[in-house]
Design a protein around this ligand. Structure first.
Ligand code: ARG
Length: 466
């Protein structure tokens, strides 16, 4: 038989007669990105080797050599001296091959009772568990920044909007706490997702489990997993735990994007509600007056990218028969880019939010314009006995007259107002004030100062006690 010797250089080359096409090597290699998993891969291999020795499957001497060799390889990778090879496809085979070169036959025993299929699933789970914890920390910084803003300008009242039309006045801290709540739920979702990430698939081997007397519980515990997967076919082939993370990350990005959109609007001359620090903006190469809100614009843009990764993984999974299929290698770039994008976005938004400066004078001036307290006038009439629908219509007429005369409701005299309803008395001017309006909204979750102060205290407690 005519065997090309190069075929045998592959760890799986035994049954091959021809060497791999260069084109295929290029096409199928993942090492240029999955090398990111080297720490997790080595951690998993060390525990696997120790377990094999404890179970009498390999000798203690071999396990010791494997663990020592892997430790040295890890240092070499960390220092940047390790030479990665495309021909060895992925991070797993690169490390295994380096181990064999270093310690000989003992290295060749490491892959007993496992497959790259359970290995890669374990590596991703270990990696994602860490990144979830990092993202959670960054989200808490963003929440802190929002709390700082809420605390710093507790009395500021700004227009609240529906349909981006001025609606009713709300407290600035109430507005900040709205985002705090969104990110609180995002963190809950992350913790929930983490539960399903943190399960150990090792021992599932290629697809059917293994005949060696392994100890899956030991491996899981040593690696900090809180349990083992229940079905080997499922464990090597599902990536729903990544999809859950991508979905959660997508929701985080949706929230960041909403905040971004608001900041972009707020920094425009049309709103002029906040100033962003110069150090977080850029100028225009042609228009000297420009100061552009690049950070929120980029975050809004990157949101599309993360949604794309979620779609991509959902699509990759949907047609796969059990069990492992090579398509699954496409999971990693989507995951890595999502992690990078969402972490960087949360981090920079936390820094930016901490430094927002509301234009208080301007906000306080414009908040008295645009009939923001019209609902309060209607509610006033209702409290005096008028049915709400009738009150709504009466106030509508008053607003309409004000618009035609270029006035606000507060510009009208008591007589003018009385012309719309005899129920109106002197106490109406307090009702029509911005402070009066905010002050009445005392129901739980409302924008009254005492409710907001309570909400702020609760939020602060949550941040310190979890
Ligand atoms: N690089 C592969 C991946 O990411 C590792 C598993 C390969 N398994 C296999 N049977 N070819 O999915």
């Amino acid at each position: 038989m005519n065997v090309d010797k190069k075929a045998l250089e592959k760890p799986w080359g035994g049954r091959f007669l021809e060497a791999t096409e260069k084109m295929l090597e290029e096409f199928s290699a993942s090492v240029h990105y999955d090398r990111r998993l080297y720490r997790q891969d080595i951690a998993g291999s060390k525990v696997h080797a120790r377990m094999l020795a404890r179970q009498g499957i390999i000798s203690d001497k071999d396990a010791d050599a494997i663990i020592k060799g892997l430790g040295e390889i890890e240092e070499e990778i960390a220092s940047g001296d390790f030479v990665w090879s495309h021909e060895l496809e992925d991070v797993h085979m690169n490390i295994e091959q380096a181990l064999v070169e270093r310690i000989g036959d003992a290295g060749k025993r490491l892959h007993t009772a496992r497959s790259r299929n359970d290995q890669v699933a374990a590596d991703i789970r270990l990696y994602l568990r860490e990144e979830i914890d990092r993202l959670d920390g960054l989200l808490s910084l963003l929440q802190e920044a929002l709390l700082h803003q809420a605390r710093a300008h507790q009395d500021l009242i700004l227009p609240g909007y529906t349909h981006l039309q001025r609606a009713q006045p709300v407290l600035w801290p109430h507005h900040m706490l709205a985002y705090f709540e969104m990110f609180r739920r995002d963190r809950d979702r992350l913790q929930d997702c983490r539960k399903r990430v943190n399960i150990c698939p090792l021992g599932s081997a290629a697809l059917a489990g293994t005949g060696f007397p392994i100890d899956r519980e030991y491996v899981a515990e040593e690696l900090g997993f809180h349990g083992i997967t229940a079905n080997s076919l499922d464990a090597v082939s599902d990536r729903d735990f990544i999809i859950e993370f991508l979905a959660t990350a997508s929701i985080v990005m949706a929230h960041l994007s909403r905040l971004s959109e608001e900041l972009i609007l707020w920094t425009s001359a049309e709103f002029s509600f906040v100033d962003l620090p110069d150090s977080f903006c850029t100028g225009s190469s042609i228009m000297p007056q420009k100061k552009n809100p690049d950070v929120p614009e980029l975050v809004r843009g990157k949101t599309g990218r993360v949604y794309g990764h979620l779609m991509s993984l959902l699509t990759i999974i949907k047609g796969l028969p059990l069990a492992y299929n090579r398509d699954l290698q496409e999971d990693k770039e989507a995951l890595f880019d999502t992690v990078d994008t969402v972490c960087a976005s949360v981090e920079i938004m936390a820094a930016l939010v901490a430094r927002l400066v509301p234009r208080k004078e301007h906000i306080s001036r414009i908040v008295t314009q645009g009939f923001l307290t019209a609902t309060d006038l209607a509610d006033y009439l209702v409290k005096k006995g008028m049915p709400f629908r009738q009150a709504h219509s009466v106030v509508g007429k008053a607003v309409s007259q004000c618009i035609s005369q270029g006035k606000e409701l507060t510009d009208m005299s008591l007589e003018d107002l009385k012309a719309f309803s005899s129920l109106i008395d002197e106490d109406i001017f307090e009702v029509l004030s911005i402070e009066g309006s905010v002050g009445t909204r005392r129901c739980p979750g409302g924008t009254a100062p005492e409710r907001v102060a309570e909400a702020l205290a609760t939020a602060e407690k949550k941040m310190t006690h979890g």
